[in-house]
Ligand binder design. Sequence first.
Ligand SMILES: C[S@@+](CC[C@H](N)C(=O)[O-])C[C@H]1O[C@@H](n2cnc3c(N)ncnc32)[C@H](O)[C@@H]1O
Length: 286
Amino acid sequence: MKIRSKLANIVNQSLGAVGVHLVKCEYDLISSGFTDSCQSIVTAKVQERIDSLLSDLKSIGINDRFNTPGRLADFHRDYLVSAVKNHGGGIQYNNAIVLFSIASALSPSLIIDSGTFRGFSAWVLRRACPGARISSFDVSLQNLRIREPSVNYVQSDWFSGGPDAEDWKNSLCFFDDHVDQVKRIEEAATRGVRWAIFDDDTSVGATHQGHNSRSFPKVSFLYSDLESVEKLSWQNRGRQHDLIIDHARLASARLLVESYVRLPEISSITGCSYQLPLTLVKLRGR
Ligand SMILES: C[S@@+](CC[C@H](N)C(=O)[O-])C[C@H]1O[C@@H](n2cnc3c(N)ncnc32)[C@H](O)[C@@H]1O
């Protein structure tokens, strides 16, 4: 851990007693946003990109009912006044827009947000689907900063601690929890979930960006040529990580997936920091 982070932790331990928490200002719209005159141009360009995405996704059963003028502009305005001013460690503006759009288009009645952290993804999902039941899971809720009154925050893993007697047919899971993504696919399929969105779906060549080996294999591994690979090794923050490739497991997980879509990366439109684009997975029905 860097000295600055250590110092911030020490200061925050004292400030926590009076309900104050210092956060590092990240480069995002909040700290260096575009002006109102640019905003309408950017929103129109983003809308164009999302419309074209939704039109492509019709073939896998997503309709384009999200296509309502003004929703993205409203989301942008809400975002600027949202309580989370620092999105480091979670999805940021670009992926928030994409998550908002896909969740809106899917319009699920039940949403699982796995990996609450400060509460930003749950905040996005609430704006996308005002009528959905949303449960947000994290093994520790100590970082939760924005609490949506109508979101159910649960301190546990979604699968081991969450409900299983739900109507999963019209559900969406958002996995941003640094847990083995193939395991998340297996779990979602067990419950009968049809749609899942993943953050941090790093490709095989970019494993060094993908946290520790606990968060592997990624969804992308199901579609990578790993036949001749027995073990992947990489370094992250100076630590060595190894992953034994379980070919049989990857092959059976692949059978659970009907469609795999890498969602767009819109930093070239918004000018906000690049983040690895999200992944959309459609699971086969039972
Ligand atoms: C990248 S953060 C989530 C960011 C959040 N989705 C956002 O966009 O603001 C990852 C979170 O996953 C949580 N996590 C770790 N293991 C988990 C598990 N088994 N189930 C749910 N959350 C878990 C961590 O505690 C951490 O808060």
